[in-house]
Design a protein around this ligand. Structure first.
Ligand SMILES: [Zn+2]
Length: 185
């Protein structure tokens, strides 16, 4: 239990990432955050008390975020994770070593090397597409502009949230499927 992850929100409810349960409890004890959601009925026992394990916590003070993480060398790996190690043209799952980063709008046409303009592509598809846009190459993208615009950090949190339903409302994930299921049931 103590090894689980906790969703950390800014004071503004903007998702910042995840922290370990132990760190979340420490920060809660020192008054740095409030608990928004508990992890079901799971509790931590100490000699003197029992504490519900937090699942979603929010900072008591607003923190200004530096956007430096997008510039790091981890970008490639994070884009592969965002795209689930799947070529975004032929849909094949690949190992990282068999994937490349494809510029959706090619560099030759002014495309930037930003996560919004980069997708995982197998070598074959990347070569076939060449210096063309998906439209020009008639190679439609699997992923959507909406997902690409969300930003890497946010998409990675959405992947985590698939096993943590109580996180979803904080990540603005579309819950229409669940609503429909509830109505059907
Ligand atoms: Zn491919």
């Amino acid at each position: 239990m103590i090894t689980g992850r906790v969703l950390l929100l800014n004071f503004s409810y903007e998702p910042l990432g995840t922290i370990g349960v132990a760190r979340a409890v420490c920060m809660w004890f020192s008054g740095k955050l409030t608990v928004e959601e508990n992890d079901g009925d799971n509790v931590l026992h100490s000699p003197s008390t029992t504490i519900p394990i937090p699942s979603v916590v929010r900072l008591r003070n607003y923190v200004h975020i530096k956007r430096r993480r997008q510039e790091t060398t981890m970008k490639r790996a994070r884009i592969y994770i965002r795209d689930r190690y799947r070529c975004q043209y032929c849909a094949e799952h690949k190992h990282a070593k068999d994937l490349t980063l494809d510029h959706i709008l090619p560099r030759a046409q002014g495309g930037e090397s930003t996560p919004q303009n980069l997708v995982a592509a197998c070598v074959k598809c990347n070569q076939r597409k060449g210096n063309r846009t998906p439209e020009q190459a008639r190679m439609p993208l699997l992923t959507s502009q909406k997902l690409l615009r969300l930003g890497l950090d946010h998409v990675l949190l959405c992947h985590y949230a698939e096993s943590r339903p109580e996180w979803k409302k904080y990540l603005f994930m579309d819950e229409s499927d669940e609503t429909e299921m509830n109505i059907a049931a």
